[in-house]
Design a protein. Structure first.
Length: 220
């Protein structure tokens, strides 16, 4: 490869206006990028501070909890409590349905075994296959009646449990919102410090004169 002669190499001279325009464009793009980055940073900081400084209203949390279960927990932003609330409601509803179904079955069995119609024998479904109760009808009447009363009682209790979960969710939402401003910082402590009493204390031997004394005080 042959090198060019020195005389054939000419320097490239750019116009001053072109250089100034390129410099200005570079500065404008740099300022734009910096401004956008600064705005995003400030916006994210404001969002974080707004989330930290947000304080729920206890009355609103209570009313939302009364509108539907879990509403107060959603308003207080305690989403981790929702599975507990809805899990308790679903479990109680399942218990109501189960006990209601058993109550219907045993009520029908008790009704069939106490009537005089031989064609109504649904109570046989409650007994082992081929089990003969001849001569023991009175005993099984008592058994079916106890079972019927048992499942009626627990059906009613399950309904009360649903109401209890509902009320507890409302109370939890109100208390949680009320205690959101409670100070739980590590600075809360109890300390004992010495204190110098400049006025002194009065003694029984000389009640008209006071001498300086040292005492202890409790700081909370």
């Amino acid at each position: 490869m042959r090198a060019l002669p020195i005389d054939s190499v000419h320097p490239v001279v750019l116009p001053m206006d072109s250089v100034m325009e390129s410099t200005k464009a570079l500065q404008d793009s740099t300022i734009t990028v910096y401004t956008d980055s600064l705005q995003r940073t400030v916006g994210d900081t404001l969002k974080i501070n707004r989330f930290k400084d947000w304080k729920p209203d206890p009355i609103r949390a209570m009313w939302l909890g009364m509108v539907f279960p879990g509403g107060g927990q959603i308003y207080n932003r305690k989403y981790w409590k929702l599975p507990i609330v809805y899990g308790g409601v679903v479990a109680c509803i399942y218990a109501v349905n189960w006990n209601a179904q058993m109550l219907r079955d045993y009520s029908q069995a008790y009704q069939d075994i106490t009537d005089n119609d031989p064609t109504t024998n649904s109570y046989l479904e409650m007994l082992p296959l081929g089990y003969d109760i001849t001569g023991r009808e009175a005993h099984f009447k008592s058994v079916f009646k106890r079972k019927k009363d048992f499942y009626r009682r627990y059906r009613d209790l399950s309904i009360f449990f649903i109401a209890g979960v509902y009320v507890l969710s409302i109370v939890d939402a109100y208390v949680d919102a009320e205690l959101s401003t409670f100070d739980i910082s590590p600075d809360l402590s109890l300390s004992i410090e010495p204190q110098f009493i400049s006025g002194g204390v009065y003694t029984s031997s000389n009640p008209f004169s006071a001498t300086p004394a040292i005492a202890f005080k409790l700081n909370y």
